[in-house]
Design a protein around this ligand. Structure first.
Ligand code: SF4
Length: 217
């Protein structure tokens, strides 16, 4: 099977089973998405969604958050992982967003990554969700699931995964494909023990055919 054939089977499967796939983070505008994505590093979306309503009620935009003290912001996010550094990112990042970008979320990776707390992965999420750009944010789920299925080959870094995935996914499907792989990794292709018996990709999945099926035979 060629890579093109594999991608086309995977796309057809997810289009049938997950026609709508979106971030589970709750946000009302681009600023709230930026904050939520920064908070979600090494933390579940569910937990982030528990703290953001009060945080956004107090600091609804870049200007108000830029004027807050780090201690003040930390109080709102103390149940999240790494509250100290994330509070610092939010205050310093909001300042840069307000002063340098007039509170508008920038539309390039280069500009976005000048904001504290925003790395390539976060920048790609924002570009994909806000601007519908064909960027593939690679988190731990995307990295693992893509490798298991065989969509990527010997990818050692998130950037290698990103490069291989954007080469084969049609541009208009990339924002959706990002969510397909994340949600599949979160609920089916689990890190420790993938639920292959619940997965419709067994026929094409490299991991299943090389590890699971071979072991059962
Ligand atoms: S068959 Fe198993 S390993 Fe392959 S994608 Fe599905 S759950 Fe993951």
């Amino acid at each position: 099977m060629t890579k093109e054939e594999l991608f086309s089977h995977v796309i057809a499967y997810f289009e049938a089973t997950m026609p709508v796939a979106e971030t589970e983070l709750q946000y009302r505008n681009a600023f709230e998405l930026l904050v939520s994505v920064i908070l979600s590093a090494q933390c579940t979306d569910k937990r982030v969604n528990m703290v953001t309503p009060a945080l956004f009620a107090k600091f609804p935009d870049a200007l108000s958050m830029s004027k807050a003290s780090i201690d003040e912001v930390r109080k709102y996010i103390k149940s999240i992982s790494y509250p100290n550094s994330k509070a610092e990112y939010l205050v310093k990042g909001s300042k840069i967003l307000f002063e340098k970008f007039n509170s508008k979320i920038p539309s390039t990776v280069e500009e976005l990554t000048t904001i504290p707390g925003v790395g390539r992965k976060t920048a790609n999420v924002l570009l994909s969700v806000i601007y519908n750009q064909p960027t593939m944010a690679v988190d731990t789920h995307v990295f693992r699931v893509a490798a298991r299925i065989g969509l990527t080959t010997n990818a050692k870094t998130p950037l290698q995964t990103e490069t291989q995935l954007v080469k084969y996914f049609p541009a208009e499907k990339i924002p959706l494909a990002h969510h397909w792989l994340i949600l599949h990794g979160r609920y089916v292709c689990l890190a420790r023990k993938p639920l292959c018996e619940k997965c419709g990709l067994t026929k094409w999945c490299k991991y299943y055919n090389q590890k699971i099926k071979a072991k059962n035979n």
